[in-house]
Write a protein that binds this ligand. Structure first.
Ligand code: B12
Length: 216
């Protein structure tokens, strides 16, 4: 049987090879991908963050852990994205300008896909005009903005303003998230919702699409 504690340790130690091998083994034994992410991989990244704060880890360690997390997530992503026929709604998602953190955003995107949404993922370091362009092009119902740095949080506000200036704000809901973001901040910048994690994001996006389809 796969030793899932090894998955936690592999992400924590930045050991991509082991992270991928244990994930493969667990999947062959029909492990639940959500459980692998929530019980082992996310807690490992949280510990990486703590070690970085205490200066036990530095950027190279962060990069190795991020690579191990991504390697395992790539195997899990298709399973998260098994979906039904009709899209629940259309989402444009990205990490805001100046911010390169994309692991959490990728997780949100995968679960939204799994929840039946048609997802356009713009990647990381996305300027406001790119969000505007994609919302127009994809006729999106929901925009998801991710930020992991306090210094890039203001780019969420700028992006919302750009949507307003483009005349799109009334027809698209804005959902924000990422470790430093709070419900209070979401309110302040005029977002429609804040989600603390990927599964909350799916429920909120679903509610937003439902509410907007009931509106006259
Ligand atoms: C991995 C990592 C990196 C990697 C990123 C790799 C990648 N491809 O993403 C690398 C090494 C590149 C990196 C770089 C930097 N990092 Co960094 N990084 C981290 C770390 C350790 C983990 C982040 C992560 O992936 N977490 C796991 C995921 C699953 O969690 P998450 O992102 O929070 O996402 C969840 C929720 O927040 C939510 N969510 C996320 N987005 C969204 C969006 C929506 C719409 C919703 C609803 C929900 C939602 O759902 C997700 C899943 O449940 C954090 C520490 C931490 N504890 O967060 C520091 C951290 C974010 N980094 C930090 C710093 C300082 C930096 C650098 C400036 C370091 C440097 N000196 O160069 C650079 C900045 C580069 C840049 N311009 O962006 C600081 C930020 C401090 C601050 N207050 O601003 C942190 C907090 C570390 C620390 N404790 O000091 N980093």
């Amino acid at each position: 049987m796969a030793d899932l504690q090894k998955l936690y340790e592999a992400v924590l130690n930045g050991d991509n090879k082991t992270a991928v091998a244990v994930t493969k083994e667990a999947l062959a034994e029909n492990a639940d991908p959500i459980e692998l992410i929530q019980k082992y991989m996310i807690p490992a990244m949280a510990e990486v963050g703590k070690r970085f704060e205490c200066e036990e880890y530095f950027v190279p360690e962060l990069l190795l852990s991020a690579r191990a997390m991504k390697g395992a997530l790539e195997l899990l992503r298709p399973l998260l994205a098994e979906k039904g026929a009709e899209p629940t709604g259309r989402v444009v998602i990205g990490t805001v300008k100046g911010d390169l953190h994309d692991i959490g955003k990728n997780l949100v995107a995968s679960l939204l896909e799994g929840g039946g949404f048609e997802v356009t993922d713009l990647g990381a370091d996305v300027p406001p005009e790119k969000f505007v362009e994609a919302v127009q092009l994809r006729n999106a119902n929901v925009v998801c903005l991710s930020a992991l740095l306090t210094v890039t949080m203001p780019a969420m506000r700028t992006t919302i303003e750009a949507l307003k200036n483009a005349g799109l704000r009334d027809r698209v809901k804005v959902l924000v998230g990422g470790a430093p973001v709070t419900p209070q901040f979401a309110k302040e910048i005029g977002a429609d919702g804040y989600g603390e994690n990927a599964s909350v994001a799916v429920n909120l996006a679903r509610d937003m699409v439902k509410a907007s389809s009931h509106a006259c």
